[in-house]
Design a protein around this ligand. Structure first.
Ligand SMILES: Nc1ncnc2c1ncn2[C@@H]1O[C@H](COP(=O)(O)OP(=O)(O)OP(=O)(O)O)[C@@H](O)[C@H]1O
Ligand SMILES: [Mg+2]
Length: 421
C-alpha cells in the first residue's frame, strides 16, 4: 500500500461518532477501532465506565466486546476485579449465557483499556422491546420460566452464583425464542464470595430492600426477576412503583390473571421469608399455576422473539490477533424441544373435542332427519356435513391476526411495532 493509501486507510471515520479517526482510537469520543485485532462494527451500549462493541474476529464471526475505561490509572485491584468478571464468564457453560472467548488489556497508565470478548447474541434486549410495547401475559410466563431455569442453574453451583443485576437491559430476546442472561459485572465488585455486607451492586428498583443494605441471597435474584416482570407487563420502571415502605405497588398498573398476580407478589415480597425459597421452587409453582385448566387458547406456548434484525455489512478485517476459541452455538433447537410436550397435549385436547363435536352433530342430525323425513322416503340421505376438520383434527378458528396458522402453537412472534424502535 502506498503512503497516501495507508494514510487514507488510517483516517477512517469513527464507528461511534462519525468523526474522522486518525489513530486506533477516535480522538473525539474515544471509541476503539480494532482492539486486540477485533474489528469494531458499532457500539452496542455505553456507560460512564465503558462500552460494549459489536466486533468481528479474524474469521468474520461476530463477538460482543466489553471495554472498561478508567478515569485514573487503574491499580492491581481494579485489574483483578475485571479478571474476576472474565473468570466467572469463563467458568460458565450454559446455552442461555454468552460464551467467554477472550480477555485482554491494551494501553498503559490512564490509557489502560480492559477487554472481555464473548459470544455475540443476536436479538434485542428486553429493555429495547419494552420501549416499543409491554409483554403480554403468555410472554411474561415464558420469560419467567426461562430466566428461572437459568437462575436455578447458577444458584445450584457451590458456592451459589448470584447474578445481582437481573433487569430488562441484561436479558436478551433471541431469534430462536430463548432468553439469554448477560452481564456478570457484579463479580467485579465482590472481592470475596460474600453475601452479607458486600459492596452495593445492582440497579435501584430491581434490587430488593436487603440488597440496598449489601445482603444478597438467591431470593434477591428472584425479586429482581419479579421487578423485571412488573416492568415488562406494566411498561413502568419499578423504581416509580415503590411505595413509602419500599413495596412494589403494581396492582393498578399490571392487568394479568389472578395466578400471575399472586406469583409476582411472591417474587417481589419485601420480606425474604415470604418469597419463594429458591428458583427451583418458583419454577415448580410457575408450572403448576401456568398449566391451563381446559383447552388452551391458540398461542399458549410462546416463543419469545425479538424484532427482526437487519444483517450487518461485513467489513474486511485489517489486522487480527490470536483467534478466539470455538464457534457460536444456537439454543433455538432446545427452545423448540421444550415447547413440544404442551403442544401435543393441546393437540390431543382439540382432537377429543373435535371427535365429540362430530359424534354430537351426527346424532343430532340423524335424529332430526328420522323425525322430520317424509314417511315414503326409504334410503337414508348422504351423511350430514360435520364440523370442518383437517387431517382428522378439528380446525380451530384462526384469530384475525394469525399470519398463516402453520406454527401458531409454537411461536407467537414479537410484533415489530411497525418498525419503530
Ligand atoms: N454477549 C452479548 N451479545 C449481545 N449483546 C450484548 C452481549 N453482552 C452485552 N450485550 C449488550 O450490551 C449491553 C451492556 O452489556 P453489559 O450489561 O455486559 O455491560 P454494562 O451493563 O455496561 O456493564 P456493567 O454492568 O458490567 O458495568 C447489554 O444490555 C446488552 O444489550
Ligand atoms: Mg448491564
Amino acid at each position: 500500500m502506498g503512503g497516501h493509501a495507508a494514510e487514507m486507510e488510517a483516517a477512517r471515520s469513527c464507528v461511534a461518532c462519525g468523526a474522522v479517526r486518525e489513530a486506533l482510537r477516535c480522538g473525539h469520543c474515544g471509541a476503539a477501532d480494532a482492539p486486540g485485532g477485533y474489528c469494531v462494527q458499532r457500539v452496542l451500549s455505553q456507560s460512564a465506565h465503558g462500552r460494549v462493541y459489536l466486533a468481528l474476529d479474524a474469521s468474520g464471526r461476530r463477538v460482543a466486546l466489553k471495554e472498561l475505561l478508567f478515569a485514573l490509572v487503574p491499580g492491581p485491584e481494579q485489574l483483578d476485579a475485571f479478571e474476576r468478571e472474565a473468570a466467572v464468564l469463563r467458568s460458565l457453560s450454559h446455552p442461555d449465557i454468552p460464551r467467554f472467548l477472550a480477555s485482554f488489556q491494551e494501553g498503559t497508565g490512564v490509557g489502560t483499556r480492559l477487554y472481555l470478548a464473548q459470544e455475540y447474541l443476536e436479538g434485542e434486549s428486553l429493555l429495547q422491546r419494552l420501549e416499543r410495547e409491554p409483554l403480554r401475559e403468555d410472554e411474561a410466563w415464558s420469560l419467567a420460566e426461562q430466566v428461572l431455569e437459568t437462575l436455578d442453574s447458577l444458584h445450584q453451583r457451590r458456592p451459589a452464583l448470584l447474578h445481582r443485576d437481573v433487569k430488562p437491559a441484561n436479558l436478551i430476546l433471541r431469534p430462536g425464542g430463548r432468553v439469554a442472561l448477560v452481564d456478570f459485572g457484579s463479580a467485579r465488585h465482590l472481592a470475596r464470595e460474600v453475601t452479607h455486607g458486600s459492596t452495593l451492586v445492582g440497579t435501584f428498583g430491581y434490587m430488593p430492600p436487603e440488597q440496598l443494605g449489601g445482603t444478597v441471597e438467591p431470593s434477591s435474584d428472584l425479586y429482581a426477576l419479579g421487578a423485571t416482570l412488573v416492568h415488562a407487563l406494566s411498561g413502568r420502571s419499578p423504581a416509580d412503583l415503590l411505595d413509602e415502605r419500599l413495596r412494589l405497588a403494581f396492582d393498578a398498573d399490571v392487568r394479568v390473571s389472578a395466578s400471575l398476580r399472586t406469583f409476582l407478589h411472591t417474587l417481589v415480597a419485601p420480606r425474604r421469608s415470604e418469597r419463594f425459597g429458591s428458583a427451583a421452587t418458583a419454577l415448580e409453582r410457575l408450572r403448576s399455576l401456568r398449566a391451563p385448566p381446559g383447552p388452551a387458547p391458540v398461542g399458549a406456548v410462546v416463543a419469545l422473539q425479538p424484532a427482526p434484525v437487519a444483517p450487518l455489512p461485513v467489513e474486511p478485517v485489517a489486522s487480527l490477533a490470536a483467534e478466539p476459541e470455538g464457534g457460536l452455538h444456537a439454543a433455538s433447537a432446545q427452545a423448540t424441544q421444550e415447547a413440544v410436550p404442551p403442544v401435543r397435549r393441546n393437540a390431543l385436547r382439540w382432537v377429543l373435542l373435535g371427535a365429540a363435536t362430530v359424534v354430537g352433530l351426527g346424532v343430532a342430525l340423524t335424529t332430526g332427519y328420522l323425525v322430520l323425513r317424509p314417511r315414503a322416503e326409504s334410503p337414508l340421505p348422504a351423511p350430514p356435513a360435520v364440523a370442518p376438520s383437517h387431517g382428522g383434527r378439528p380446525v380451530a378458528p384462526l384469530p384475525a391476526d394469525d399470519p398463516g396458522g402453520e406454527h401458531r402453537h409454537f411461536r407467537t412472534p414479537w410484533q415489530p411495532g411497525a418498525g419503530s424502535r
